[in-house]
Design a protein around this ligand. Sequence first.
Ligand SMILES: Nc1nc2c(ncn2[C@@H]2O[C@H](COP(=O)(O)OP(=O)(O)OP(=O)(O)O)[C@@H](O)[C@H]2O)c(=O)[nH]1
Length: 240
Amino acid sequence: MAGKSVQHFGPSLGPVRAGALVGVVLAGGEGRRMGPGVLKPLRPLGGRPMVAHVVERLRPQVMDLVVVANDPLPGVRSLKVPVIPDPPDVRRAAAREGRRLGPLAGVLAGMEWALKHHPHAGWILTAPADTPFLPLDLTVRLCGLMHVPEPDVLMVRHGRRREHALAVWSVKLAGDLRRALLEEGLRRVDAFAERYVLEELVWPGGSAPFLNVNTPADLSVAADQLRKRGRAPARPRSRR
Ligand SMILES: Nc1nc2c(ncn2[C@@H]2O[C@H](COP(=O)(O)OP(=O)(O)OP(=O)(O)O)[C@@H](O)[C@H]2O)c(=O)[nH]1
């Protein structure tokens, strides 16, 4: 089913759902556009690894948080967040085929971790490790769109761009996702999401909170933004 844009913030289960989300930071992949050297999530931004910005912004918005990465991320240890790999069987299958995995593998790892550690949570919120200025009112706004019947996937859109890795996912999709990755070799996030009831949160305002850091030039832009924002942590616009 094609995604449906939803732009209003109606009566909702927001506060209930926001408290029941497990956050999943997607920090795998190859970061080829960033070039060789330090892993992309560990690239320093304002004196800290980029992934630390994402963890700090997401942590107050979710009931628990996990980082999915296949490389050791020493810079994450001090953040006291569990770091788990993509599902090993899915990785092995991709390696046998000589194919890259992509963010869907991290989504599956997050779903399976949530099912094991928080069996009543029901939902995960995925966020890429290379988006260091995520809004602090992200889950309130996303969950403000949760209604009955609930969508299976709720993705963020700003302007013409859909943020595939920034979404709320029902963990009920874990079995289907595992099959799609292993048996179909599916890799495209939107191709999977569009099989289900997919809705979008059209983000009000500009795209600045979703600055995606893929290249050294992007990293310079992010460092400039950080300097302009000053050291004070941003405050959410809406209550939590
Ligand atoms: N867990 C996990 N995360 C991934 C994987 N591939 C990409 N990601 C994450 O998904 C987000 C978007 O990834 P991309 O920027 O499209 O890919 P990338 O591999 O990081 O970078 P490029 O090689 O330059 O395309 C980033 O936060 C990545 O860390 C993967 O195989 N596993």
